[in-house]
Write a protein that binds this ligand. Structure first.
Ligand SMILES: N[C@@H](CCC(=O)N[C@@H](CS)C(=O)NCC(=O)O)C(=O)O
Length: 226
């Protein structure tokens, strides 16, 4: 099934890039529409009630939440016509989704508490830092029990879990390093740099990274203008 998909958000967002990476890897045609967060426009809130990105527009309506979108794309664009980003076996498929949920919920969402200070020039309280350090340290240990890195995060095949891991693990590492003074992923024994480099060699990862760089430079130029 070929559906015209519009991906809405912006390319500095890791969750936007997770969905974009999936679209590119599956070879699904799509267009991009820049939508910023914290919108109060009714038309945006109708698509993404919390104003978060990404969301997509489909012929049937909008969808938000990156993993819901990824699962929709997988269901509407199945193998053999499109590359499968999840095993056919239900248990193995659930194991891949388990890993995605772990990355999104137990690593990225916890590290996100540190982003205001790590990336946006703000401050986070000592209490928040302490809580993030404690949770991340424990959750990274848990992640290591699930992740395979053999060589892909879920095992010997490229899956949607790589799309989640590749966009978010570097942020977890950078935010902890910048705010807590220690890259907790590396300290926990996760060689995320080698993994990010390996996945980053894929042409579609390079496209995602190049588009992100353009946006980063555009925003830096705007800031420099004051
Ligand atoms: N669970 C959501 C998270 C999306 C998310 O947090 N997006 C960020 C940008 S990377 C955002 O919109 N932040 C603005 C906000 O939280 O209000 C998903 O998987 O799509």
């Amino acid at each position: 099934m070929t559906t015209p998909i519009t991906l809405c958000g912006f390319s500095l967002s890791n969750y936007y890039n997770k969905v974009k990476f999936v679209l590119l890897e599956k070879g699904i045609p799509f267009t991009e529409e820049t939508v910023m967060t914290h919108s109060h426009e009714e038309a945006v809130l109708d698509c993404t009630p919390l104003g978060k990105v990404p969301f997509i527009r489909t012929p049937q309506g909008a969808l938000c939440e990156s993993q819901v979108i990824v699962d929709y794309l997988e269901a509407t664009h199945p193998a053999p016509d499109y590359p499968a980003l999840i095993p056919a076996d239900p248990y193995q498929a659930a194991k891949v989704r388990e890993l995605v949920q772990f990355i999104d919920l137990h690593l990225e969402l916890v590290a996100r508490e540190l982003y205001p200070q790590a990336f946006f020039g703000g401050q986070v309280s000592e209490g928040t830092q302490k809580r993030a350090r404690k949770l991340l340290t424990a959750n990274i240990e848990g992640f290591k029990r699930l992740a395979r890195f053999a060589p892909y995060v879920a095992g010997d095949s490229f899956t949607m879990a790589d799309c989640a891991a590749w966009v978010s693990l570097p942020l977890v590492a950078q935010a902890s390093k910048l705010v807590l003074g220690e890259d907790l992923l590396a300290a926990g024994g996760v060689d995320w740099k080698s993994y990010a480099k390996f996945i980053g060699e894929r042409p579609h990862a390079q496209k995602v990274a190049a588009d992100r760089k353009v946006d980063q430079e555009r925003i830096a130029a705007l800031r420099a203008q004051g």
